[in-house]
Design a protein around this ligand. Structure first.
Ligand code: AMP
Length: 820
């Protein structure tokens, strides 16, 4: 046999061998061609040639083997595509070479060193890492790898992958986005660890920074929301003289499939694979709100996510350009009112709870106290601020900034302290201002207490005289106007004009607060207008509560409050208009229900869960809704759900997790036992209501109205019985049955049953619910639900007041429990 034919036979044999066996390695002298694949030992990842999206170019890449949707996590020749299927890969004693047969372009992609290896093999590991190692040597750690794909990240970051700098070799692992879904070549966005000052992660477009994390505080990066994935994954940040890197691990790699991706449009998303829906769901992302945009407020500006406008100058600073500032262009930032004169009397203003400014112009040492740090900053004329370098153990070390302070925000849930340098004249003003502020606050407090006492007295007196309404309104008006809510105020004329004078034809519905109208502002913006009924004293409380709660919240699954109107004794709230009204009008209506298929319902379920998670955990206020039900879920024109009606909501401070009330508010069928009976409410009472909602969505039946010919259980009891008897199919409504996605529907029922368990301790928190919905982790078995027998949980004689509702289909109840 001639030599070329021997080589051909050998290569055919070798490629046949690769094709037919689930091998995970390519050895020296094997030829790995387009069409061949190798699979990691546990079957997690596969290496082969592929064409992305609509492109016909061929690339050598790694993708998930077990996931039906082709998800490429690494590409070798991302910047030099093969134009046909003639590509082949070979391993030699010098390294790895990807070439094309008969190609004039020669080598497409390669890696080599001057060192010769004895018996190198390329192996795909179950972590998704492609490594080159010496076959004759055992490998225990990554030090034994000659080369690894994890050191050359593309747009994906996988568990276990280091993201950062090797200070010994100088290698910096920077991720870069694909150009588009059809083109894996390096796009315009990169994300990498910046070590020019205190380490931080920067997301850039070309050389322009788009966003950044705060610094690592020992547990997480400051300034980016961290959803609790307790027990699911762990973060690690290593910072020593050899290397600085971040990586995350799955505690149990079989529990979930996770990755972080830098998208072609420049967003960084944490994705979890949803096995039921066969999609990647977004767990969190870096660019979640305005304040995440790098330097939105310019130098010495501070971004406040719960304020409108978003930007303010630091104390002692004024906008560089008043006109631009007024036009919401804050990029030119702020300048000092009084210039610093180095060496004269100077001091520092302390800011607490902020995301520290860009660290690129910082210097740090861990061996210094905060007092020494202050002295050091004062000594250096260009030092503008200082802080603790390490926030752990009560804080230690010294971090100094030189030059302009940029990208400060105060929305971080667990922000830090920073001390900003000021001339003494400003400090005196600020101290004086503080003193004045304390004095004014004290006077206001006394007046307020007086007013409250007066109002209580008046209320009691007027109750007797049966003229409660007018006076309580005037007291509450004072209170609302005293609150610093910065909510846009609309004038009454424009609202009346927008709603054709509150015409009955424009009426959308009516809740505990009063009628809701559709309106169109002169600019064309559609709005929903809630007008407090003049004779509703309960509505007035709800108005105050709604304004103070929702004005400070922002999430895509919460309805947005655009403003209010308090002119002419009116109490009007203006919301974004939700074209599809409320969820109850769909799920409990046999005709409307047919327009919702399972994927839409599932999207609604996960949206509500995310909104509730935000309220409970991720928002600054930490809120318990207390009246979650189908009629309080509004749907926009794309059927995205938004939680509404914060009239009953309560905010929680600090580590408070539950509270007691003698005034029970909520709705029949949705209230948890501990709340309805003892007035004890917590995040777990909202979880209970969420569970009821899930079971109502699946069955298309209201918990409150359910009845069964064979037993006297309510809907929850019936669902639990069906679960115990392994007969969940009988629960599922016809429209959902048509989806044939039983396993996902069964899973949602099980999650619903976990949420309605009798003991609040047994119920999951919303972060666990979101994870259960977005992954295929094993679910625990639910215990017996609360209120699974009782159809009516409260006796009529327990009612003290009942809101004046007309068209509302479900009663929101207000009950006063006897004090214990
Ligand atoms: P509520 O007072 O929030 O319970 O609202 C009563 C009814 O008005 C709801 O059930 C909806 O049908 C309608 N509604 C309330 N807010 C909006 C909105 N933002 N967009 C459209 N319809 C709304």
């Amino acid at each position: 046999m001639q030599l070329p034919s021997i080589i051909l036979v050998c290569s055919i044999l070798s490629s046949t061998l690769i094709k037919s066996m689930a091998v995970d390695t390519i050895s020296m002298h094997q030829t790995f061609r387009d069409g061949d694949t190798i699979t990691s030992a546990g079957g997690e990842f596969q290496l082969g040639f592929f064409s992305p999206g609509s492109s016909t170019n061929r690339y050598l890449g790694i993708w998930y083997k077990k996931i039906s949707r082709v998800t490429v996590v690494w590409v070798a020749n991302r910047d030099s595509p093969l134009v046909n299927t003639s590509g082949f890969l070979q391993i030699s004693r010098e390294g790895i070479i990807l070439q094309a047969v008969n190609s004039s372009t020669g080598i497409i992609w390669s890696w080599s060193t001057s060192k010769l290896f004895k018996n190198p093999v390329l192996q795909l590991l179950d972590t998704g890492n492609l490594i080159l190692r010496d076959e004759d040597r055992d490998f225990k750690s990554e030090e034994d790898f000659i080369w690894q794909s994890f050191d050359h990240p593309g747009d994906n970051m996988l568990p276990g992958m280091k993201f950062g700098i090797d200070l010994v070799t100088g290698m910096n692992r920077i991720s870069s986005s694909w150009t588009s879904v059809n083109d894996p070549s390096r796009g315009s966005f990169t994300i990498g660890l910046d070590t020019s000052g205190f380490p931080q992660i920067l997301l850039s477009k070309g050389s322009v920074i788009q966003a950044r994390t705060g610094r690592w505080d020992g547990y997480k990066f400051k300034g980016i929301p961290k959803r609790s994935l307790n027990g699911i994954f762990k973060d690690e940040f290593v910072f020593n003289e050899k290397e600085i890197y971040y990586r995350f691990y799955l505690v149990n790699p079989t529990s979930a499939t996770m990755r972080i991706i830098l998208t072609p449009t420049g967003n960084v998303k944490v994705l979890v694979w949803n096995d039921q829906q066969q999609i990647w769901t977004v767990y969190s992302s870096l660019m979640d709100n305005d304040c995440d945009r790098y330097g939105l407020c310019g130098g010495y500006g501070i971004c406040k996510i719960d304020k409108t406008p978003r930007c303010e100058c630091l104390r002692g600073f004024v906008p560089r350009s008043q006109e631009k500032w007024k036009a919401a262009d804050w990029s030119s930032g702020c300048i000092r009112k009084t210039n610093l004169v180095c060496g004269t009397d100077e001091g520092f203003v302390k800011y607490s709870g902020v995301k520290l400014p860009d660290m690129r112009s910082s210097w740090y040492t861990l061996k210094m106290s905060l007092q020494e740090c202050e002295k050091l900053c004062l000594k250096n004329c260009s030092c503008t601020a200082y802080a603790n370098a390490d926030a752990r153990r009560g804080g230690h070390g010294c971090l100094l900034w030189f030059g302009e302070l940029i990208d400060i925000s105060d929305y971080a849930e667990d922000g830090e302290d920073i001390y900003v340098r000021m001339p003494s004249s400003e400090l005196v003003k600020s101290r004086k201002g503080k003193l004045e502020f304390i004095l004014i606050t004290a006077v206001l407090l006394v007046v307020l207490v007086g007013l409250i006492l007066l109002s209580v007295y008046k209320k009691r007196k007027l109750m007797k005289e049966e003229s409660l309404k007018l006076d309580s309104e005037s007291v509450s008006l004072t209170k609302i106007e005293n609150e610093d809510l910065e909510l846009p105020l609309y004038d009454f004329e424009s609202i009346a004009h927008a709603t054709s004078n509150f015409s009955p034809e424009k009426k959308l519905g009516e809740g505990g607060f009063g009628p809701v109208y559709k309106g169109t502002l002169t600019g064309g913006l559609e709005i929903a207008v809630k007008r407090l009924s003049k004779d509703s004293s309960q509505g007035l409380d709800e108005f105050k509560n709604e304004v103070s709660c929702i004005a400070k919240l922002q999430h895509r699954n919460l309805v947005t409050l655009l403003g209010c109107c308090t002119e002419k004794g009116e109490r009007i709230l203006i919301y974004e208009y939700m074209a599809n009204k409320s969820l109850d009008s769909f799920i409990f209506d046999s005709n409307a229900r047919n327009t919702l298929d399972w994927p839409k319902l599932y999207n609604i379920i996960t949206g509500i869960a995310r909104g509730l998670l935000y309220l409970h955990q991720d928002s600054k206020l930490r809120i318990i809704h207390r009246d979650l039900k189908a009629s309080n879920i509004l749907l926009d024109h794309d059927m995205n759900p938004k939680i509404s009606d914060f009239g009953m909501a309560r905010s929680f401070g600090g580590n408070e997790t539950e509270s007691n009330t003698s005034r029970i508010v909520g709705t029949y069928g949705y209230m948890s036992p501990e709340y309805a009976i003892d007035g004890q409410f917590s995040v777990k009472s909202d979880v209970y209501s969420f569970g009821v909602l899930l079971i109502e969505i699946i069955t298309g039946v209201k918990n409150r109205l359910f009845s069964h010919p064979d037993h006297s259980l309510n809907l929850l009891g019936h669902a639990w019985l069906s679960y115990e008897q392994d007969n969940l199919l009988q629960l599922i409504d016809g429209v959902i049955l048509e989806s044939n996605n039983y396993s996902e529907v069964f899973r949602v029922i099980q999650i619903g049953l976990l949420c309605v368990q009798h003991d609040p301790e047994d119920r999951p928190v919303m972060s666990q619910v979101v994870l259960m919905l977005s992954s295929n982790m094993k679910l625990p078995h639910p215990k017996q639900p609360g209120f699974f027998m009782e159809r009516y949980l409260l006796r009529q004689d327990q009612f003290l007041s009942k809101p004046n509702l007309s068209s509302s289909t479900q009663l929101t109840i207000t009950t006063l429990l006897p004090r214990q």
